[in-house]
Design a protein around this ligand. Structure first.
Ligand SMILES: [Zn+2]
Length: 376
């Protein structure tokens, strides 16, 4: 099974001509549709590379599908050449993206400025070295703009087969950030360990509210015609800073948890069962609790977590599946559970009893035949 992981590398704006990249993206859009348009004022070399990339890569789904709209910006697929520490080389010698492991730099030729022979160097991220060490190969790269900032995307590819699970199940319940992500390690129908961890949503809410307050202030100053004053500028800067801090917190938490749980699964050679979340009802829950905007922010963090988790499980060959993990339904007989004091859930039909937060983890036992012995 081929698996992929991607990294985005921000490129220096002063060395990368945003307008040039925008033009390349427009040509890429046309190329997706099967048109070869030779722009007379662009270097021939880069255009050869562009259409060559399409011929080579269209069979690969790495680059996704044809952009939906005409002239929508499409990221530009680029070939790479890898030069390893022992001086061996893989890929097309004239490729515009050179991954030089010898001197730990990435060289970009002809993709950053419309100028013959123009090339820039960026530092090789540790991420690339790690993926290669794990047996991956960075065959694909893309260049493009996000929020008008130039980025290079590198796609690592690796051939891997999922391992045979050892009898452990790692169940991951995606609740909401307020109860954290709950995970349980199960073996022979028993919970070996259980933990809830995650973001403190109150911190996000507070950051967000501070941003809103500052935003209102900026609005007031603007209405008074004072948007150019030092005061207004400072408040505007603060709004942006608070917002991005909230995003960063959520993002960092998602990255941290995905990594941690992948490592745990690998250590126990566990089969991973991920809660098949009903995103719509989770969105409603978060909106009710925190309001629309913060709810949306938190939801996007949870979605990102699941995506990161799946990408990493695939990359390391961890077997996994999605299952609905209920918290109010008996995992033994399917009867509705009643809540008792101290968040204990009890089944009046069969006598099943467990702390409320652990009920979804028991549901994961059904994923493995034989492992559900403790339940029946
Ligand atoms: Zn029951």
């Amino acid at each position: 099974m081929k698996t992929h992981r991607t990294i985005l590398i921000k490129l220096p704006k002063d060395k990368c001509d945003v307008d040039y990249i925008r033009r390349l993206m427009a040509l890429a859009n046309l190329a997706y549709r099967g048109f070869e348009v030779w722009a007379p004022d662009l270097p021939k070399t880069i255009q050869y590379q562009l259409y060559g990339s399409f011929k080579n890569y269209m069979g690969s789904l790495v680059f996704g599908t044809t952009p939906k709209r005409w002239f929508a910006r499409a990221w530009v697929p680029l070939k790479t050449v890898r030069v390893y520490a022992d001086s061996s080389m893989k890929g097309d010698k004239s490729a515009p993206v050179v991954l030089d492991f010898e001197s730990s730099v990435i060289r970009l030729r002809q993709v950053c400025r419309d100028e013959l022979g123009y090339s820039i160097e960026v530092q090789m991220p540790k991420w690339v070295v790690e993926r290669v060490r794990e047996g991956g190969d960075v065959k694909y790269a893309m260049i493009g703009l996000r929020d008008d900032e130039p980025y290079l995307a590198l796609v690592a590819e690796r051939e891997v087969e999922p391992y045979q699970p050892s009898g452990y199940i790692l169940a991951i319940d995606i609740n909401s950030w307020s109860h954290g992500i709950a995970w349980g390690l199960l073996r022979s129908g028993r919970i070996v360990s259980f933990k809830q961890e995650g973001l403190n949503p109150q911190r996000i809410v507070s950051l967000y509210n501070q941003a809103v307050k500052r935003e209102k202030k900026v609005g007031r100053l603007k209405r008074l015609g004072l948007e150019d004053t030092l005061n207004a500028k400072r408040a505007g800067r603060l709004v942006r800073r608070l917002r991005s801090r909230a995003y960063r917190l959520i993002r960092a938490e998602a990255v941290f948890l995905a990594r941690k749980l992948t490592k745990k699964a690998l250590r126990y050679k566990a089969m991973v069962v991920i809660d098949d979340v009903d995103w719509e009802s989770l969105r409603e829950l978060l909106t009710r609790k925190y309001g629309g905007k913060v709810g949306k922010l938190l939801l996007s963090g949870l979605k990102r977590f699941v995506k990161l988790l799946v990408t990493q499980l695939q990359w390391y060959g961890v077997p996994y599946e999605f299952r609905r993990l209920y918290s109010k339904k008996c995992p033994r007989c399917g009867h509705k559970l009643t809540q008792q004091k101290g968040r204990t859930m009890v089944c009046e039909n069969c006598g099943f009893k467990a702390p409320r937060d652990e009920v979804p983890i028991y549901w994961a036992l059904k994923a493995m035949p034989g492992a559900s012995a403790g339940l029946t």
